[in-house]
Design a binder for this molecule. Sequence first.
Ligand SMILES: C[S@@+](CC[C@H](N)C(=O)[O-])C[C@H]1O[C@@H](n2cnc3c(N)ncnc32)[C@H](O)[C@@H]1O
Length: 391
Amino acid sequence: MTPDARLSSAIEILDGIRTGENAERLLTGWARANRYAGSKDRAAIRDHVFDALRCLRSYGWLGGAGEGTATGRQLIIGALRAAGIDPQERFTGAGYAPAPLAANEVTDTKIEDAPRAVRIDCPDWLLPLFEDALGGSADAVLDKFRHRAPVFLRVNRRKATLGHAIESLQADRIEARPHPLSESALEVTQGARAVARSQAYLTGLVELQDAASQAIIDMLPLEAGDSVLDFCAGGGGKALAMGATADVELTAHDIDPARMQDIAPRASRAGLNVTIARSEDLQPSYDFVLCDAPCSGAGSWARAPQAKWLLTQERLDALVELQSSILDEACEKVGAGGHLAYATCSVLEAENAGQTAAFLARHREFKLIRDRLVSPLEGGDGFYIALFSRD
Ligand SMILES: C[S@@+](CC[C@H](N)C(=O)[O-])C[C@H]1O[C@@H](n2cnc3c(N)ncnc32)[C@H](O)[C@@H]1O
């Protein structure tokens, strides 16, 4: 495909997203229906689509949609203008390029004239919530979400040192360097798309995991021999990171057991033992319970930008309620003298410090040891963690 034909495909997919379709599903469906597209085409189209999703409002503005919902065509026109490219150079109609600009599309729109929430690509209702949570750094964090997130790896220190992992990755033409957020974190600087085929990955020396996600695991007071329950285990990213930190007895649980299907192969690559448990199989108590709760994802929108536009106040309220009921359930599994950790990949107060305060008010048997908000400005996703001890 020509670079301009890729723009046409991105426009088609963005129009599908406008009707409420999931971006990942649309991209997969598009690739199946257009077998002539090679891997480089698919990657380029995906980048156009995700770049536009990160910058929906500012690109829409630059594409002539004002504050209204932009079409796919307006978004790509806006994306080109944001990159300092005159869209008339690319919208030529030649081959499969998008049709030339109509007279009303040739505008001189400036981003400086847009309202602040448009310029920083934030839904209007969310801006005060970001200000409450982050004060003076709200705009900088929202700006972070406008750019692609780096790819991070966690070095499995049971199997390799950072240096050994870096060397093994280099043999597969992947460049990576240590990242200050965690002693196990590597930031991939070249060859990220090859990670899943690399020897380092296939032999369990490294796992894909955001650096902030690793940083919060570093904070946990895990000790050899502890029984550890990952109550909301999902694909097991945090469970595996905990297992790499200390020689603990790991149990993974999730309300949706299908989400845990990757844990067994991942654990086997990592050389770890993880017991997969249904609710009825759980022990009465554990030394340590992690509750990595479902959340708005308002810390990881650089990676999952569609979520930013789908979140509503009603959805956020429902998530806060769900988080508190999961915490009530999970804390029952913490033995006397044990620990509970609550984590979200969100920066919003209601899901974090607000949730912690409400939990402490409901459960006098728990004390807060410490909590921490990892800001996206530290290089990874935004994460919150609160660590509690039980009397
Ligand atoms: C943020 S994800 C977990 C990600 C995972 N810890 C990781 O690091 O890969 C939240 C998980 O909570 C699960 N969940 C939702 N409601 C739950 C409940 N009531 N009890 C246990 N798990 C629940 C979801 O199915 C989802 O897999």
